[in-house]
Design a protein around this ligand. Structure first.
Ligand code: RWZ
Length: 370
């Protein structure tokens, strides 16, 4: 059990900031490492955005809530963020309904929504607008897709792409708006960055989906695209772990290729960030590095029908930390990092299509993986 100070916050207080700093490591180890590296003006906004997205996620993931409850709580939550409904009321309605499966820190976060929103209100209006826009699309999208993601998977790759846009691509867009507001020198690249950011998010989310697919199945959810598996003679609803399956490996290999192509856009994105903002670059690089390692692991276990959860070794994580430290500053080194972590991957040629909502399937030449 985690105890947090529950004394009421003085208006416009440091207490709200202190709460953000205290709760962040309890809900995300990764972002507790990377968000503090951002410049202070960005750090508060990004931490706040993270926590709010996390609350939306908690509501949507809560097994104790019905679909109808989720929908009404997501709407109430967004209204609380925009100030159209009382935040304490929403917090008090939802928090007691969260089951034991939900982290204690997530429950605390839900209860302290009014405090989190104090930080939101203290942000620049443009920052607040970016966050609200993202939350609206995300909460709506998560809800729409939750219904669709039974064990049969999502109907098409297009649906998977749209899902990844709603829950992660929009996060990329929001962060880009925050970065461009913060650094006026980025203004000429705004549209390019927004486009690349969508792929960035989609690539991260797709990687997570591929990694977590067996764990998701135990909860009755499958985000994999039916159409692609069907082309290889596989029916997702009948997919069994622990069996050799060439069609499965071939489809996975294609999906890894698509996720990887998205992540190449993420690298292009990071290259547009001025090297004087090494903290912002490290924030991006960490995510790219971890995702590339995950994809590498997936490729090395394409007979994945074993159904085991692939974990990244401590050593590999340590290497990523080192990379991001070394390569926050230099473009040449950054490209090199990408080449090294992607070693052995046939590089899918980049075309503008990658950032379109519907990512066409790419064939990935079969070859043995070192
Ligand atoms: C980093 C500002 C917790 C927000 C979304 C994160 C919850 C989506 C799950 C928003 C990288 C993993 C975090 C792909 C975006 N549900 N996937 C800020 C958040 C990948 C981040 C996590 C998505 C997300």
């Amino acid at each position: 059990m985690i105890e947090f100070n529950t004394a009421p916050a003085p208006a416009g207080s440091d207490q709200a900031d202190a709460y953000q700093d205290a709760i962040l490591p309890k809900v995300s180890r990764t972002f507790a490492l990377t968000i503090p590296q951002l410049p202070p003006e960005l750090r508060r906004a990004v931490a706040n955005a993270y926590l709010l997205c996390r609350i939306a996620d908690t509501i949507e993931d809560e097994p104790a809530l019905s679909a109808e409850q989720k929908r009404s709580f997501e709407n109430a939550f967004v209204d609380a963020v925009t100030g159209d409904t009382d935040a304490q009321e929403v917090a008090d309605d939802v928090a007691p309904l969260l089951s034991n499966e939900t982290l204690e820190a997530e429950r605390d976060l839900m209860r302290r929504l009014p405090l989190v929103l104090e930080v939101t209100r203290s942000l620049e209006p443009a920052q607040q607008a970016s966050i609200v826009k993202c939350l609206k699309i995300m909460s709506h999208g998560m809800h729409e897709f939750q219904r669709k993601a039974g064990l049969h998977g999502l109907p098409t790759l297009h649906d998977l792409d749209r899902y990844c846009y709603c829950v992660a691509g929009v996060v990329g867009e929001m962060l880009t708006e925050l970065f461009v507001d913060f650094e006026p020198a980025l203004a000429p690249h705004r549209n390019t960055m927004l486009r690349l950011a969508v792929s960035f998010g989609q690539g991260l989310q797709m990687t997570n989906i591929l990694k977590d697919q067996w764990e998701d199945r135990t909860r009755g959810a499958c985000w994999l695209p039916q159409d692609m598996f069907a082309r290889h003679g596989i029916k997702l609803s009948e997919l069994k772990s622990g069996k050799q399956n060439a069609g499965y490996a071939a489809t996975m290999s294609e999906l890894v290729g698509i996720a990887h192509a998205h992540l190449r856009q993420a690298l292009d994105y990071t290259l547009l960030l001025p090297s004087r903002h090494a903290g912002v670059r490290r924030f991006c690089l960490w995510a790219i590095g971890m995702a590339l390692l995950t994809l590498q692991n997936l490729r090395n276990n394409l007979d994945f029908s074993a159904g085991t959860q692939i974990k990244i070794s401590r050593k590999a994580v340590a290497r990523t930390i080192l990379f991001t430290k070394l390569f926050g500053k230099s473009n040449g080194a950054l490209r090199w990092l990408f080449a090294v972590t992607a070693r052995g991957l046939p590089l899918t040629p980049l075309t503008a299509e990658w950032s379109e909502p519907s990512t066409p399937a790419r064939t990935w030449p079969k070859r043995s993986i070192p």
